[in-house]
Every structure is written in structure tokens, then in C-alpha cells.
Design a protein around this ligand. Structure first.
Ligand SMILES: Cc1cc2nc3c(=O)[nH]c(=O)nc-3n(C[C@H](O)[C@H](O)[C@H](O)COP(=O)(O)OP(=O)(O)OC[C@H]3O[C@@H](n4cnc5c(N)ncnc54)[C@H](O)[C@@H]3O)c2cc1C
Ligand SMILES: *[C@@H]1O[C@H](CO)[C@@H](O)[C@H](O)[C@H]1NC(C)=O
Ligand SMILES: *[C@@H]1O[C@H](CO)[C@@H](O)[C@H](O)[C@H]1NC(C)=O
Ligand SMILES: *[C@@H]1O[C@H](CO)[C@@H](O)[C@H](O)[C@H]1NC(C)=O
Ligand SMILES: *[C@@H]1O[C@H](CO)[C@@H](O)[C@H](O)[C@H]1NC(C)=O
Length: 536
């Protein structure tokens, strides 16, 4: 009874919605309307209507915005999902995938919504295909087993929630992942996961032990049933392409009960340019227990470090390896490992670890970022001219310099899909964010980022100009169709930049697990061309 009433209500809402979207009387719209109607009806057989929002239901906009980190992809001219499914059980994910396949509605998966190009909730120019968003935010259980130094975390949990749970279970365990606490586990682990423990323990993706995945046929699999090739692909091959990862079993790593964080800020007149020049040669070869990054904002260079040891030890090391920085013991602070994640998340240690549980990223902002890998130190006069010619502009972006080296250099480039290992000194990000919704502001910011990126070309990696997939950049190229599937040939343009020699192996996995290319977006992995004579 209740079910019938609910279903009838949903159909009424759907019909109203379809009337509203099919205003233009084109064939394609009619085709889409039928697909959308079929899809939503199919969902309603298994998923409570309260978990399905369409543009006609009251909570649609709030849910769409809830974790949309980049407001550029919420503007009126971006195409919106035909529905958002707030999965509350694994079976809801399976149903959504099956109904999407059956009715020709694509599914974009969203865990934390931090994708730089909004690919988890917006479609920029992918052939106007109707798509739904499968929102995993409610699937966020975490179980830590401190005795085995392992944890299971669902994809909708945030990185901050995982840090908090690990810290609450043990003061001597940590997990290597990135700095922003509101990132979703799902997207972050799918693309790699780089942060303050990377030089000692590698990426998040290097520390995944098992996973639960729903494939393009709606089947639920773990590591032993999915096989090692698919498992390899999901641990660093980027989100979306291979299936929906529901949860991850990860290895926790030993950390001292007391670690040290450091923050030192230097302006140009205090030698910031010389310090960055020297930093390039020091940071990548420091002991793996030290992570020393630089943030450049408002014409100031902020050196931030974590040391798996005490303040005195870091001080001695810096006096010996980087005396120019002028570190004193007042610059550092001894904290628990979980408190060090608060430091990297909020640039202060004075917030309680409970702040890691705050899932809100509001106020969100408009965002455009690009990134590079640096393999040879950049000369001082180049830094000088960047500082003078670019950083003094009001629209200048935040620069983030993140050191590699340590364990990152000893992991083979084919161990996971993430290929940027030995030979890279550091990564640089040009990360622009702004709050003004006008197009003039956006154009100014974006052309600054693109202009500096062009200027940097002679000084960074080339052939390919390598990029980390979690720092998604659609300027690198977007997918085109070849028949009914994504063109492999076209995708190599951006694919080699993210994955180098691993790209073809990722495409081979795609061919095996999703040959019809159901899971696709502007930069998803394509299947291999059917005819092997095609240019590879
Ligand atoms: C403020 C900020 C700070 C950041 N800092 C760091 C950092 O320190 N280190 C670092 O390495 N990265 C960092 N990133 C990048 C971040 O790792 C990526 O944006 C990551 O993909 C975010 O994951 P998400 O779940 O929040 O993203 P989402 O937008 O939800 O997803 C990203 C992509 O993965 C897909 N996807 C999401 N969940 C799943 C799933 N369960 N199964 C399959 N596919 C899925 C989506 O469809 C989308 O294509 C940062 C990003 C931001 C915005
Ligand atoms: C994986 O699933 C199979 C059955 O599908 C089960 O027998 C096995 O125990 C599972 N493995 C793990 C590690 O959970
Ligand atoms: C949660 O974070 C948001 C965004 O940073 C902030 O505005 C809000 O005040 C925080 N909430 C609490 C309870 O601290
Ligand atoms: C931009 O912001 C202003 C002020 O908040 C608002 O009035 C306007 O509608 C917004 N424009 C768009 C396109 O969102
Ligand atoms: C592409 O898909 C359409 C509709 O699903 C189908 O009619 C067509 O035959 C397919 N084309 C190819 C080349 O597979």
C-alpha cells in the first residue's frame, strides 16, 4: 500500500519534471525524456523516494550544492543532473547502476565533491547526455582495527573523519593522505592521495589492501572476486572509469606519539626567492621523516613542515641542511599526529581535532587550478622574474610546492597507475580561488593561471608535461566519441600526462570491465580500440 502510494507520488513528480524539461520539442529531448522517465521509475522500485531528488523536488538544489566544491560548475549554464540519488545502502548503488544501464542514463559518482573540474556533479560538454549523480555522502562508516593496524572506510567518509577515527583509536598510528579534511575518501583514494606522510609511506593508494566495488553490471565485488588488474586500476587510475568503489580497506602506518609541525613565513625582502631556490635542492632529499612544503600567497612564502620526531631533532636537522631558513625552536610545535592533520587542514594547531569532523566546506569558492612536475631545480633568476612579473598581481593564485623523494622515489612507476615517482623533485600547483561570481573576475583569475602555466613550460617536465590526476585539469583535453565509446586515440592526449606508460594498461582494464563505456566523463579512461590496427 505505502509503496504504491509512494510510487504514484513519484510518478506525478516525474511527469511534472519531464514536462518542464521537454519544453523544446526536439526528437532528442523526447528520447531523453523517455530515458529519464524510465530511469526514475526503475529506481523507485528499490529506492525510497525520499532519497531521490529531481529538479522538481524541493531539496534538489540544496543536495546538489551540499558538497559542490567548485562553484564554477554550479553556474546556470552548466548542465545539471536529471536526478540525485542519496544512496543509503549498497543495494541503492547497485540499483542505480542497473537502472542507468537499462535506460541509457549515465551515472556520475560523488563522494566528497572536491573534483577540481566538478566532474562528480556537472557535465561540461559531454554530448548533452542525461546523467544522474550518485551521492555517496551518507555511506561513510569507518572501522579502525588498531591491533592489526588496518581500517575499513566507506567512500562517503571524509579524509578528516578517517584521520579523527585513527587518532581516537591510537596515538601511534596514522594514515597517509592529503591535507584538506573535507575531501571524500572515494575520489581521493581513486586518484592517489598525496600528503605529509608521502615521503615516508607513499600515497593513500599505495596503502589500500582491499576494496568493495560495484561494476557496470551492478555486481558487488571485493579484491579476490574483482581480480588484481581491476584492483590495480582503482588504486590511482582516477575516479569514475571502472565502477563505484563503496569502501576501502587500508593499511595504517606507525607514527611517533609526538610529532612536530613547523611554520615559517618569509617575504621577498626576507629572502623568500633565495629560500625557494635552495628549498628545491633540499626538500626532496631530506630524510623521509621530514615533509617540508611551501605555500606562496600574498607575496609571502610559508614553509610548513611535519617531522616524525621532536622539535629539537628537526631544529638540528634544519641547522645542518637548511640553515638559510633560520629556524628556531620557537617556530615548531610538538603535537599528536592527528593534531598535525589539523595543522595542515586549517594552518593552525589551536583547533580541536573535532574540527576534522566538520564536513562543511561552505563557503565554497570558484576554482581553477593547474599543476606541474619539476625535475631540475629552477634557477633563481626565473623565480625572481615570476615573483616580480606574476605574484605581485592582485589576481595572483596560491602556489603550492610539494616535495617528492623518500619512499616516493623507490616505488616503481607501474606499481600503481600513479607514475610520478623517481626523477621528480616536487610538484607545483597554481591554485586560484575567488568568491566573486562575475565573469570578469573569473576571466582574470583563469587567464592568470593559464598564463603562468605557459610561462613555466621550459622549466618543468616535458614529453609528457606530467600532471597528477587528482589535480584534474580539463585544459589538457577532453574525451570525444568514436562510435558509441570514448575515443582511445583522442584520450591519449590527456591520458599520457596523467598516467604515462600506465595509460594503455588502464584502457585494457576498462575494456575488460566496462567495454560499453557506461562509466564515462570528460576525462574517463576509454576502452582500447576494437580494431587493434588503430593507432595506439
Ligand atoms: C581544497 C582541496 C584540497 C586538496 N588537497 C589535496 C591534497 O592535499 N592532496 C591530494 O592528493 N589531493 C588534494 N586535492 C584533490 C583531491 O584529492 C581530489 O579532488 C579528489 O578526487 C577528491 O575526492 P572527492 O571524493 O572529494 O571528489 P569527488 O568530486 O566526489 O570525485 C572525484 C572524482 O572521482 C569520482 N569518484 C568519486 N567517488 C567515487 C567512488 N566512490 N567510486 C568511483 N569513482 C568515484 C568522481 O566521479 C569524480 O570523477 C584537493 C582538492 C581540493 C578541492
Ligand atoms: C571476497 O568475497 C568472497 C566471496 O565473494 C569471499 O569468499 C571472501 O572471503 C571475500 N574476501 C575478503 C577478503 O573479504
Ligand atoms: C564548519 O566549517 C565551516 C566552513 O569552514 C565553518 O563556516 C563552520 O563554522 C564550521 N562549523 C563549526 C561548528 O565549527
Ligand atoms: C551574483 O551575486 C550577486 C550578489 O550576491 C547576485 O545578486 C547575483 O544574482 C549573482 N549572479 C549569479 C549569476 O549568480
Ligand atoms: C550505438 O548505440 C545505439 C543505441 O544504443 C545503437 O543503436 C547503435 O547501433 C550503436 N552503434 C554502434 C556502432 O555500436
Amino acid at each position: 500500500m505505502a509503496r504504491t502510494r509512494r510510487t504514484t507520488m513519484l510518478h506525478l513528480v516525474l511527469t511534472l519534471y519531464i514536462l518542464s524539461v521537454s519544453g523544446q520539442n526536439t526528437l532528442s529531448n523526447l528520447g531523453h525524456s523517455a530515458a529519464i522517465h524510465g530511469f526514475l521509475g526503475c529506481l523507485s522500485a528499490d529506492i525510497p523516494s525520499g532519497l531521490i531528488q529531481t529538479p522538481a523536488t524541493p531539496s534538489y538544489s540544496a543536495l546538489l550544492l551540499s558538497t559542490a566544491r567548485n562553484l564554477r560548475y554550479i553556474l546556470p549554464d552548466t548542465s545539471k543532473p536529471v536526478g540525485i540519488i542519496a544512496a543509503a545502502e549498497h543495494a541503492h548503488v547497485q540499483t542505480t547502476v542497473r537502472c542507468g544501464r537499462r535506460h541509457g542514463v549515465r551515472v556520475r559518482v560523488r563522494s566528497g565533491g572536491h573534483d577540481y573540474e566538478g566532474l562528480s556533479y556537472a557535465s561540461v560538454h559531454l554530448h548533452n547526455e542525461p546523467f544522474a549523480v550518485l551521492d555517496l555522502a551518507a555511506l561513510r562508516a569507518i572501522h579502525v582495527d588498531p591491533a592489526r593496524a588496518e581500517a575499513w572506510a566507506e567512500s562517503g567518509a571524509t579524509v578528516g573523519e578517517l584521520y579523527y577515527a585513527v587518532g581516537a583509536a591510537s596515538r601511534s598510528l596514522g594514515f597517509p593522505a592529503g591535507s584538506c579534511p573535507t575531501m571524500g575518501i572515494g575520489g581521493h583514494l581513486s586518484g592517489g592521495g598525496f600528503g605529509s606522510l608521502a615521503r615516508k609511506y607513499g600515497l593513500s593508494a599505495d596503502n589500500v589492501l582491499d576494496a568493495l566495488v560495484v561494476d557496470a553490471d551492478g555486481r558487488l565485488m571485493n579484491r579476490s572476486s574483482m581480480g588484481e588488474e581491476l584492483f590495480w586500476a582503482i588504486c590511482g587510475g582516477g575516479g569514475e572509469s571502472f565502477g563505484v568503489v563503496l569502501s576501502w580497506k587500508v593499511r595504517l602506518v606507525p607514527v611517533p606519539e609526538t610529532v612536530t609541525v613547523l611554520s615559517i613565513t618569509r617575504s621577498r625582502s626576507q629572502g623568500a626567492v633565495e629560500l625557494i631556490t635552495k628549498w628545491q635542492e633540499v626538500a626532496p632529499v631530506l630524510p623521509q621523516e621530514v615533509y617540508l612544503r611551501v605555500l606562496v600567497l600574498n607575496q609571502q612564502a610559508n614553509f610548513q613542515a611535519m617531522f616524525l620526531g621532536r622539535c629539537g631533532g628537526l631544529h638540528r636537522l634544519m641547522q645542518y641542511r637548511f640553515p638559510e631558513l633560520g629556524m628556531t625552536e620557537q617556530d615548531c610545535e610538538e603535537v599528536s599526529w592527528v593534531q598535525s592533520t589539523v595543522f595542515f587542514g586549517f594552518s593552525t594547531t589551536s583547533m580541536p581535532p573535532e574540527q576534522l569532523l566538520n564536513r562543511s566546506s561552505n563557503p565554497s569558492y570558484y576554482l581553477k587550478a593547474k599543476s606541474d612536475h619539476v625535475q631540475d631545480p629552477i634557477a633563481r633568476d626565473v623565480w625572481e622574474s615570476i615573483w616580480a612579473g606574476w605574484l605581485d598581481k592582485p589576481e595572483a593564485a596560491l602556489l603550492m610546492l610539494d616535495p617528492y623523494g623518500g619512499l616516493m622515489s623507490s616505488i616503481s612507476p607501474s606499481e600503481t597507475p600513479f607514475p610520478h615517482r623517481r626523477g621528480n623533485l616536487y610538484q607545483i600547483q597554481y591554485y586560484s580561488f575567488w568568491y566573486d561570481n562575475g565573469t570578469a573576475a573569473a576571466e582574470k583569475r583563469m587567464s592568470w593561471v593559464r598564463g603562468l602555466y605557459n610561462e613555466m613550460e621550459p622549466y618543468v617536465s616535458s614529453n609528457p608535461r606530467a600532471v597528477y590526476v587528482n589535480y584534474r585539469d580539463l585544459d589538457l583535453g577532453t574525451n570525444e566519441l568514436d562510435g558509441n565509446v570514448t575515443s582511445y586515440h583522442k584520450a591519449t592526449v590527456w591520458g599520457h600526462k596523467y598516467f604515462k606508460g600506465n595509460f594503455k594498461r588502464l584502457a585494457a582494464v576498462k575494456t575488460m570491465v566496462d567495454p560499453h563505456d557506461f562509466f564515462r566523463n570528460e576525462q574517463s579512461i576509454p576502452p582500447l580500440p576494437r580494431c587493434q590496427n588503430d593507432t595506439l
